[in-house]
Design a protein around this ligand. Structure first.
Ligand code: GDP
Ligand code: MG
Length: 326
C-alpha cells in the first residue's frame, strides 16, 4: 500500500483513475487493522453514492466450463456497447493454495487491455468470508468509479456459489451438455439459486447435444421451482465463438425487469442484512482462533476429545468459557 491518503483515493476513484481504483481495491482486500480502518473510512464515503443502476452479475460453473472465456466475450460486447465493465473473481481454492487466479487474466487478455474494463484477479489470501468481504467492497469501489456492470466469476464449489449469489442481482450458471442421469451431477442447490442457465460449448458437433441438454434441464427446473416464481431460462451458447452470449445477456436483462426497481432494491437490502451477519460470524471466527485463552487450552482439549475422555458438548462449553474469559 502506497502512501495515498483516503481522500486522495476517493478523488481518484471518483475520477475513474485506474491506479486509484486498483489501490482502493488493494486497501479493501487488506486484512491489516490499519488498512481495515482506512477501508471503512473509504467505504463510508463511497456508500453515500449508491449505484442502483449498476448491474451485478455472478457467473458460476465448474472449472473448465468456460466462465472466463464467457466473461471475455460478454465483457467485450458490453464495452463495445458503451458500458464500463468490472470483473472480479471469487475463488476459495486460491484461499487454500494461496495462489490467485492468474489464468483468468490471460484468459481475458482482450478485456484486461480494454480501457473500458477493469479485471481484478481473486484476492489471494483469507477465509471465504474474508474474500467475500473484499469482493463486496471491491464492487463498491468499481461502482463508485462508474463501472456500470460488474461481473463476478466464481468456481462451482458449493459455499462460494451461495456466497456470490448473495452479492449479485442476477446469478448465471454455466454448464455443459449433460443428459439424463448426468443431470444428477448438478447439485439441486444450484438450480435453486440460478436465475439464468446457459449450456456452454454449444459449438462444432456439440450443438445438438447442447440443445437437448438445455431442454432436459428446463424440465428438471420446473420440478424445483414453484409456480409464480421467476422461471430461470435455459439457453445454449458458445463463449469461444461468441454465439448466444448476447442471448444470455438479454435473459439477464429480463430477470432484472422481472425484479423491477423495488424488487431489486429490496433484494439488495436483504443481501446487505445477510452480509452484515456473515461479516459478524466471520469476525467472531477469527477472534475465536486468535483468542489467547482458547489457544492456551486447545491442544489439551483436542487430545482429550480424540482420546474419548471429553464429550464434544463439554469440550465446546470449555472452549467458549475460555473465549469469554479472555
Ligand atoms: N469449444 C469450446 N471451448 C470453450 C468454450 N468456452 C471455453 N472453452 C474452452 O474451455 C477451456 C476452459 O475455459 P475457461 O474460460 O478458462 O473456463 P473456466 O475455468 O470456467 O473459467 C479453455 O480451453 C477454453 O478455450 C466454448 O464455448 N466452446
Ligand atoms: Mg476462469
Amino acid at each position: 500500500m502506497s502512501a495515498a491518503t483516503v481522500p486522495d483515493l476517493l478523488e481518484g476513484v471518483a475520477a475513474g483513475r485506474r491506479a486509484a481504483v486498483s489501490q482502493a481495491i488493494t486497501l479493501v482486500e487488506s486484512t491489516s487493522r490499519k488498512h481495515r480502518r482506512q477501508a471503512r473510512e473509504l467505504l463510508t464515503e463511497l456508500a453515500g453514492d449508491g449505484h442502483p443502476d449498476a448491474v451485478r452479475v455472478g457467473i458460476s460453473g465448474v472449472p473448465g466450463v468456460g466462465k472466463s472465456t464467457f466473461i471475455e466475450a460478454l465483457g467485450s460486447r458490453l464495452t463495445a456497447a458503451g458500458h464500463r465493465v468490472g470483473v472480479l473473481a471469487v475463488d476459495p481454492s486460491s484461499v487454500r493454495t494461496g495462489g490467485s487466479v492468474l489464468g483468468d487474466k490471460t484468459r481475458m487478455a482482450r478485456l484486461a487491455n480494454d480501457p473500458r474494463a477493469f479485471v481484478r484477479p481473486s484476492p489471494s489470501a483469507g477465509t471465504l468470508g474474508g474474500v467475500a468481504r473484499a469482493t463486496v467492497q471491491a464492487m463498491a469501489v468499481l461502482e463508485a468509479a462508474a463501472y456500470d456492470v460488474v461481473l463476478v466469476e466464481t468456481v462451482g464449489v458449493g459455499q462460494s456459489e451461495v456466497t456470490v449469489a448473495g452479492m449479485v442481482d442476477t446469478f448465471v450458471f454455466l454448464t455443459l451438455a449433460r443428459t439424463g442421469d448426468q443431470l444428477q451431477g448438478i447439485k439441486k442447490g444450484i438450480l435453486e439459486i440460478a436465475d439464468v442457465i446457459a449450456v456452454n460449448k454449444a459449438d462444432g458437433d456439440r450443438q445438438q447435444e447442447a440443445r437437448v441438454a438445455a431442454r432436459d434441464l428446463a424440465g428438471a427446473l420446473r420440478l424445483v421451482r414453484g409456480h409464480g416464481e421467476w422461471a430461470p431460462p435455459v439457453v445454449t451458447c458458445s463463449a469461444l465463438e461468441d454465439s448466444g452470449v448476447d442471448d444470455v445477456w438479454d435473459r439477464v436483462a429480463a430477470h432484472r425487469d422481472h425484479l423491477g426497481a423495488d424488487g431489486l432494491a429490496d433484494k439488495r437490502a436483504h443481501q446487505q442484512l445477510e452480509f452484515t451477519w456473515a461479516l459478524v460470524r466471520d469476525e467472531l471466527d477469527q477472534r475465536l482462533r486468535h483468542s489467547a485463552g482458547v489457544r492456551a487450552m486447545r491442544d489439551e482439549v483436542r487430545a482429550a476429545v480424540l482420546a474419548g475422555e471429553l464429550p464434544a458438548t463439554v469440550a465446546a462449553d470449555r472452549i467458549l468459557a475460555a473465549y469469554d474469559e479472555s
